[in-house]
Ligand binder design. Sequence first.
Ligand code: FES
Length: 508
Amino acid sequence: MRIDTAAGSILCDPWVNPAYFASWFPFPDNSQLDWETLGQVDYLYVSHLHRDHFDAAHLKRFVSKKATVLLPAFPTSEMEDELRELGFTSFLRTRNEEVHELDGGLKIMIQSLTSPTDGPIGDSSLWVEYDGVRLLNQNDARPTDLSTFAELGHVHAHMLQFSGAIWYPMVYELPQAAKTAFGKQKRDRQFDRTWRYIDDLKADHVFPIAGPPCFLDDELWQFNDIHGDEGNIFPDQSVFLSEYAKVGGTNGVVLLPGSVAEITTDSCETTHPVPVDEFFADKVAHLEEMRERKRPVIEAEKASWRHPEIDVLKEMKRRVEPLLEESVYLAKGVGGPVRFDLVGYDGESVESIVVDFPGKEVRPYADEKVRYRFRTERALVEHLLHIGEVDWVNSLFLPCRFSAARIGQYNEFVYAFFKCLSRERQQYAEGWYDEHERSSDAEDVTIGDWVVQRRCPHLKADLTRFGIVEGDQLTCQLHGWRFDLASGRCLTSVGHKIRAHRAETPAS
Ligand code: FES
């Protein structure tokens, strides 16, 4: 998205090239826009380092290096470092949730989310005001609520994510019926969360953005929402409009690449390169045409992944064992071995490697019970080791080029650990969990028949707003985590106990 005002232009998350081992492509295709012109901007805003937001090749080639980067206040300097590498030199290091006045009366505020589960250690939203018009590009950030923005005055345009951007449940080795049921739950939850955010802000116009991606490699084609699968987690913008209409939403605006929306305090006029309805009616044809056109790009990427000279076990030992050694909270949170089955180039031979969290070592699999098992191509891991990737969630899991099985519940610490394969990131994540473990969450509230701690044990959502109690179970609607109130046990993930007891006088 590019925001143009008389006081300057801001280019937001220009993503064009495929991300995550050529798995995700932007849909609709935006590669044929006039990027030479679009890249001539005054400001650049990149919400976070996920590769479907931070497209290094595109930033390098097309975005003016005279642009000032509006930098979120993230705990590590990685984003600034990477942008400097690409040639950017002018940075405005914003302060979290503070309005900054730029030249010509343009005002911006960036809210940075910094828990280890937010993006690749950090995600953010951009608020902009010019000439009385206010816009929130919430993107795919998930703040607990939008009050920080609402307090700055009525918002006219609200851009937010509504679709899926994860590998769950598709990659799990589950019977198809279970996968469909979990997928459907997830799809419903994504929409519920979106309605809640929209309701929080009550903007004049709502723009569904930030996904879904499309999958053009034949191996991943089934993930596109074109097969009538009600458990598909990647509904598109046209589905958003019809679902939104069911809950009474009439102010949704869909933009295609090349669409322009002129927003004033009392109107929103849009022009589109082709009629939006027609475009989505032809979605399968568009995807098939893209698939043919992008085939060489995918093939070229695939050819670059193999590094047979790398001894994966040895290299993983060298990279991961020092981190295991230093890890306290993450290693304890994982609490068991995690197995990687690496499929060789022939598609059949398998090397099994275990990251043993209690034993603090990386070693060959020893016919044991493991907490998680991931099965993927050896070449992908070779490539990550070759480039020294520090975030395997960003790069190995988001591509969806793997299958997974687990014993027991979802374990967020597994993903937090593999997102933090550098000392800097790991220290940050360890410190974050340490602080949260210590912080006493003293305030209790009554919800239905129960007195519970006010803040969700997951990421501190206010349960007076997000908590729904049904019988003895509480669901926090921010990410859908469930808790058994009688025992306090979290039913969604390991750890994260909730404090709760039955109310003597139930709340009305
Ligand atoms: S904050 Fe994530 S489920 Fe409650």
